[in-house]
Design a binder for this molecule. Structure first.
Ligand SMILES: [Ca+2]
Ligand SMILES: [Ca+2]
Length: 224
């Protein structure tokens, strides 16, 4: 059998390595290398995720409920396809949001991709852990519909979207309904997603879970 999962985004490190201060080169969080269903924790903060994996140190920490999930097509438990950077994305199974903390702060804006069977939101704060002043807020419409990709996964539409704000942000809530929304390629310092491609039209809502239960129902034998 073959694995699609990449080990780490090492090639991105030299390009994006910076202090994490405002106006640095864009930092891209693609979640590759974080363990399946592991808490991201300090993976991008000079530490590890809950499974002991470590990535580039961008000075970025995630709340304990912020999990990575790997596409079932790549050996994980994710019910998704066409993610912008295969095969791992960010999601959460409890609480209302995955919270990203940037201790040094960042300005201008950021972009990301999301997939959702129910609406979600992004809130940007000038304090850590979703505190302080709300600098920006964005509603995210459900976007999955009839699509297919790589080769299975109900959550197969990833929409690029950007957020601009004034001031210095220290945390972002990536929110919605637990297990019904996922995120990838969070890019700090750029409010315009690179190569956004086609922005899909919102389609029929589907009651599907991003991971676990729905994955079990649709999982194909992989020959393990
Ligand atoms: Ca897939
Ligand atoms: Ca990814």
């Amino acid at each position: 059998m073959s694995y699609l999962r990449k080990i780490a985004g090492a090639s991105l490190v030299s390009l994006a390595f910076a202090s994490g201060a405002a106006s640095a080169a864009p930092i891209v969080l693609d979640f590759e290398g974080v363990g399946n269903l592991a808490s991201v924790n300090d993976f991008y903060n000079g530490g590890t995720d809950s499974a002991g994996n470590s990535g580039a140190n961008y000075g970025i920490n995630f709340s304990g409920t912020s999990l990575a999930i790997i596409d079932a097509d790549a050996g994980g438990s994710g019910n998704f396809g066409n993610e912008p950077s295969p095969s791992t994305i960010l999601f959460f199974q409890s609480g209302g949001a995955a919270t990203m903390n940037v201790a040094a702060g960042f300005d201008t804006g950021f972009s990301f991709y999301y997939t959702a069977s129910q609406g979600g939101f992004v809130n940007v704060y000038d304090g850590l852990n979703g505190t302080g002043n709300l600098l920006a807020s964005l509603d995210l419409a459900a976007n999955i519909g009839n699509c297919s990709g790589d080769p299975s996964g109900t959550f197969c539409t990833f929409s690029p979207i950007g957020v601009s704000f004034a001031g210095i942000a220290h945390s972002v809530d990536f929110g919605g309904a637990a297990n019904f929304i996922g995120f990838d390629n969070i890019t700090l310092g750029a409010s315009n997603p690179g190569n956004p491609g086609e922005v899909p039209e919102p389609a029929t809502l589907a009651l599907a879970a991003l991971g676990l239960a729905a994955m079990r129902a649709s999982r194909r034998k992989t020959g393990k």
